[in-house]
Design a protein. Structure first.
Length: 312
């Protein structure tokens, strides 16, 4: 089946004239299949066309064509990329293309099968310094019921290192105020007990005593942090509130929904916490997931050393 005319026109601008005979049509048919199977946007289709056409052009310069490419040709094309991310993107594109050709019966062997993917370094999570966290937590006005709720949410989020989804989904039966812990239901319905600390516990109790009854206005709700209708606050709504307070606090650091969770882990490690303890608190099933924070802590220690050591 042929793509709609507008999609053809949008991607035709990326056509490479020096492709081997038949390769342009082969790319067209593959993109048609991608569009039909995955409903990819025009920009995505255009990106696939660019990568496939550029690879086809390299092959044509050596008298080859797409269906005759081998492992050596693919590795050579990858070596021409400037960084591992562009290498990974090209390899992913080629794997999809050649996997499709095998399924269509045009090839019996996928030439990308034995090509190793480049190792991408895991991006360091965005975090906030301790003073920035303090400023953010102090941004809500606790004399306003809605902002008192938000203040308690921010305090609990940072004190317990929760995921935003875990925070907004908290129910009253998950709290133990006498013991100062929260029973968190994380990914895969795994439960963990996380201490709250005195500051978060103080603001949580104040929220339950003052803000929550006003927000519910005699309505019933099992949620710790309900919206005005008694339902759980959505992640999107809370994320909007975080950005609102960051703007008010004058925080320039780029934030993500997990910023305070990352800050929780980083600050614990900076103050000497054991990595396995942090793993348990975060609810990571694999220690390797937690280990990324050691890089953050190490970077922070290096920065402090350079700034304060006389020979830094």
């Amino acid at each position: 089946m042929v793509l709609q005319k507008s999609k053809k026109a949008a991607s035709a601008a990326f056509f490479v004239e020096s492709l081997a005979a038949g390769d342009a049509a082969l790319i067209d048919r593959y993109l048609d299949a991608l569009w039909l199977e995955k409903g990819l946007a025009e920009n995505s289709l255009a990106a696939y066309r660019r990568d496939l056409s550029a690879f086809g052009k390299l092959l044509a310069a050596n008298g080859a064509e797409l269906l005759r490419a081998d492992k050596a040709a693919i590795k050579s094309a990858l070596a021409g990329k400037t960084n591992t991310r562009s290498m990974a993107r090209l390899l992913s594109c080629l794997r999809g293309f050649y996997g499709h050709q095998v399924r269509e019966g045009k090839l019996t062997v996928d030439p990308t099968a034995e090509v190793d993917a480049p190792k991408l370094g895991r991006p360091l999570p965005k975090s906030l310094g301790e003073q920035e966290v303090e400023t953010l937590l102090n941004a809500p006005d606790p004399t306003d019921a809605l902002e008192l709720r938000d203040k308690a949410m921010l305090e609990v989020l940072y004190a317990a290192g929760l995921r935003v989804s875990e925070l907004v989904g908290l129910r009253l039966d998950q709290l133990s105020l006498t013991q100062g812990v929260v029973r968190v239901i994380g990914k895969g319905d795994k439960e963990r007990l996380v201490p709250l600390g005195e500051e978060a516990l103080f603001w949580l109790q104040r929220h339950l005593r003052e803000a929550r009854p006003l927000l519910l206005d005699k309505a019933q709700s099992a949620m710790v942090f309900p919206n005005r209708h008694g339902a759980a606050l959505t992640r999107q709504a809370f994320w909007y509130r975080i950005k609102h307070y960051a703007l008010r606090a004058g925080i320039k650091t780029s934030l993500s929904p997990h910023t305070l969770r990352h800050a929780f882990a980083t600050h614990l490690l900076n103050h000497g916490a054991d990595l396995r303890v942090v793993q348990l608190l975060l609810g990571h099933s694999d220690l390797s997931t937690t280990q990324i924070y050691t890089h953050v802590a190490r970077a922070r220690m290096k920065e402090l050393h350079q700034r304060h050591h006389p020979r830094g």
